[in-house]
Design a binder for this molecule. Structure first.
Ligand code: IMP
Length: 197
């Protein structure tokens, strides 16, 4: 296997790692789960050429690892949306900052997202994409904060492929950020509350 940043543990001594209260998903755990999801997609889409649609910026490490775990012809595209302000709470307003490069009519689209929290972003995106005539639209989300949606409007908002259920905490790393930072951590952890409160 290719060497990964976390193979050199000394990189993460002190520095950014110190801002985390706890590591929730370490690098080997993330990678084995991503491989499993890749296998499932390979099985489910055999005979098709899916379009993996990464939602920028948070999905970039997941997208890179997941596409390399799918043994099928596929294409990739990216959209950038903004549902959060600079803080840690969803604003409820989804804006498309960068749209798809190509039409998706007749394509089997898999939206690749870092995390489902309130579900607002993916709900909006899925409906928006369905209006463009794809053959199918599914979601692959690395993390799901399912408990957040319990008893709420988007309780039934779920992804076909989910990496891990995530506790209702603000998490960073492996693409997930706080104010644009921490995306480069190769693991996912809970940010110390004193950093964002
Ligand atoms: P939703 O619309 O509330 O489901 O929010 C989805 C988006 O919010 C994700 O794509 C992330 O960018 C961001 N987000 C939600 N929870 C977290 C978190 O714990 N850490 C970092 N970003 C988060």
């Amino acid at each position: 296997m290719t060497e990964r940043p976390n193979d050199h543990a000394e990189i993460w001594e002190g520095g950014l790692r110190a801002d985390l209260r706890e590591i929730l998903f370490d690098t080997p755990t993330i990678h084995s789960r991503v491989i499993e999801i890749g296998r499932a997609i390979t099985r489910d889409y055999v005979g098709k050429v899916p379009l993996l649609l990464g939602i920028l910026k948070g999905s970039y490490p997941f997208m890179a690892d997941l596409t390399r775990a799918i043994n099928l012809e596929l294409t990739v595209d990216f959209m950038a949306v903004s549902s959060y302000g600079a803080g840690t709470k969803s604003s409820g307003v989804v804006r498309i900052l960068k749209d798809l490069d190509r039409a998706i009519e007749g394509r089997h689209v898999i939206i690749v997202e870092d995390i489902i929290d309130t579900g607002l972003t993916l709900h909006y995106l899925r409906e928006n994409l369905r209006g463009r005539g794809p053959a199918s639209v599914e979601i692959a989300a690395l993390l799901d904060k399912k408990a957040v949606r319990k008893g709420k409007e988007l309780e039934d908002m779920r992804a076909r492929y989910v990496g891990f259920e995530c506790p209702d905490e603000f998490v960073v790393g492996y693409g997930l950020d706080y104010k644009g930072r921490y995306r480069n951590l190769p693991f996912i952890g809970a940010l110390r509350p004193e950093i964002y409160s």
